[in-house]
Design a protein around this ligand. Structure first.
Ligand SMILES: N[C@@H](CCC(=O)N[C@@H](CS)C(=O)NCC(=O)O)C(=O)O
Length: 215
């Protein structure tokens, strides 16, 4: 069965696609243009009632929320491709912890920064410098904690690449390649080495080659 991923050009969908590539799962994509309102068409809302991307269809099975989808495939295909949850319950606990950190600490400020920089003209909004400064300050505090963590382990959950690292790729890429704030990564030695290590994986290189993000 080939997994269908809706909206491959958007960051949250790339979180899913890079996971499918790591797990060696075949997929195809369905283009959805949010700037034409295709995410709020009646047919799309039947799949994702909140009108957000991504959603996947796997045969008759439909799933939305990108982090739920990556957890689902990492578990379902545990013995195929890269092991993304670690090998013990304790490692899995750490992966879950850092996945939550990504969703609740890292993502909100980088999402706001991306909206006011990378996507402002497409969204037709005037970048708000106060919002940009506040988001940068919040993200900086988060990255200081990452710097500390990554001074004692190669990846976030331990010395193994996991879903926790993978989940940072799409919006980390906006930070490095679109917001003009690459220094937020580069000024932090351990975060910078971590970013190079995860973003140079063949899986992520493949995803951005197939579906180049806006810069
Ligand atoms: N928590 C959701 C968030 C998804 C999300 O925000 N997707 C963006 C694209 S990256 C979107 O669909 N935006 C359309 C909109 O906000 O109308 C997930 O991870 O799947």
């Amino acid at each position: 069965m080939v997994v269908k991923v809706y909206g491959p050009e958007y960051g949250s969908s790339k979180r899913v696609i890079v996971c499918l590539v790591e797990k060696e799962i075949k997929f195809e994509v369905v283009d959805i243009d949010i700037f034409k309102g295709e995410n709020i068409s009646p047919d799309y809302l039947k799949l994702q009632p909140f009108g957000l991307l991504p959603v996947i269809r796997d045969g008759d099975y439909t799933l939305y929320e990108s982090r739920a989808i990556i957890r689902y495939y990492a578990e379902k295909y545990k013995s195929q491709g890269t092991e993304l949850f670690g090998n013990t319950m304790e490692e899995k606990g750490k992966v879950e912890q850092w996945l939550e950190v990504e969703a609740h600490n890292f993502h909100p400020p980088i999402y706001t920064l991306a909206v006011h920089t990378v996507f402002s003209s497409k969204l037709g909004i005037t970048p708000d410098q106060k919002v940009i400064q506040e988001s940068e300050a919040k993200l900086g505090k988060v990255l200081d904690i990452y710097e500390e963590r990554l001074s004692t382990s190669k990846y976030l959950a331990g010395d193994f690449f996991s879903l926790a690292d993978l989940s940072h790729l799409p919006f980390g890429n906006y930070l490095i390649n679109g917001t003009g704030k690459e220094y937020m990564i580069r000024d932090r030695k351990h975060v910078s080495a971590w970013w190079d290590s995860i973003s140079n994986r063949p899986s992520w290189k493949k995803v951005i080659k197939l579906f180049p993000p806006p810069t």
